[in-house]
Design a protein around this ligand. Sequence first.
Ligand code: PMP
Length: 418
Amino acid sequence: AWPRIDIETNPFKAAFPLFTQHPDIAFLDSAATAQRPACVLEAQKHFYETMNANPLRGLYSLSVEATEAIAKVRAQIAGLIGAVDEAGKPRANEVVFTRNTSESLNIVASSFAPTVLEPGDEVAITIMEHHSNLIPWQQACRAAGAKLVYLYPTKTGELTDAEITEKIGPRTKIVACTQVSNVLGCRVPVEKLAAAAHAHGGYLVVDAAQSVPHMPVDVHKLGADFLAFSAHKALGPMGVGVLWGRLELLEAMPPFLTGGEMIDSVTEQDAVWAPVPEKFEAGTQDAAGIYATGAALDYLVNQVGYDTVQAREQALVHYAMSRMVELPYVEIIGSIYWDRHHGVISFNVRGVHPHDVASILDMQGVCIRAGHHCAQPLLTWLGVENLACCRASLAFYNDKHDVDAFIDGLETVYRTFN
Ligand code: PMP
């Protein structure tokens, strides 16, 4: 059964100023970065207009207000991802603000990994990882003399129990996986990977860049030890990321960057680190961006709601894929089942380079992504020609007209080359 949601009417687009400026575009690249609703842009402005001061650096009330605003967002995020204590109180100090998912994952690979990896140990990742959750592990393994082991799914993106049992064993110290693939759009069985990692005394790192914008995420239900995501894919500003980690792990790790605001005390030859999370937040933060991230997540979760987000995305994916399979020259990459695609549909047009597909669609106001999607090992393994493919990604603020424009555009692509 597919969700019978009205995707013809769109009560959301009006909230996004970019769509007012560009009423004719079909924006199908939200997996790269989402559009921002007016309330997020307003929040950013509100911060600078009413409470701008360097947080943590002053004892005057403006600075205190800025500091409190950031603390509030930290607690909001902890609550959102289920980082709460037994009484349900958010464990705000488990939330570290970074610049993006990439930086969050680099902190884990650079600061945490060396504390657990020994020569001969293994780090296991899936072949579906974005380079952000792949290259940091190559580096960590190289530095420690450890081995990077890959889990391979079926060609439709499913990780079997046999593959998990075979690849995760007593030597596995860290398992790092994406929750949703940015190319195949499929979900990865994170809970199973957590259980396998923990059974052997290992740790699980989750790249939630493509899941937090689309579905409820609970770090404890997933069995995560660390989890990373970016605000800009979840309607927030660019330049703000989150790293959540279990408190005892964050406390035991050395800092990643050093400098201002991450210390308790400094002498000529030494320094004592500030407690978590400040230990990982060297230098001035993007306070206005963090404040606006709070507004973005509030809009996503409390005003739109994950139920609506998911129902609309599923209906849109269903509609798009049912139209795409009618075009014999379009090859969908990954599962042919629409319910395996969480907002992302990768594809190629037979005989046409993905960059040409994207350029011709652009001439018709349709924005899609074409290239390697920062997942070269995956495209190599899939045997995708030219190591490139097209990707249409859908968000709740898209509608049937966007998909129709996309399908019309694909027909033009085909006619142009045949
Ligand atoms: N992981 C995944 C699955 C992604 O899709 C992306 C963004 N394309 C990233 C990590 C990196 O995010 P950022 O560029 O915000 O660091």
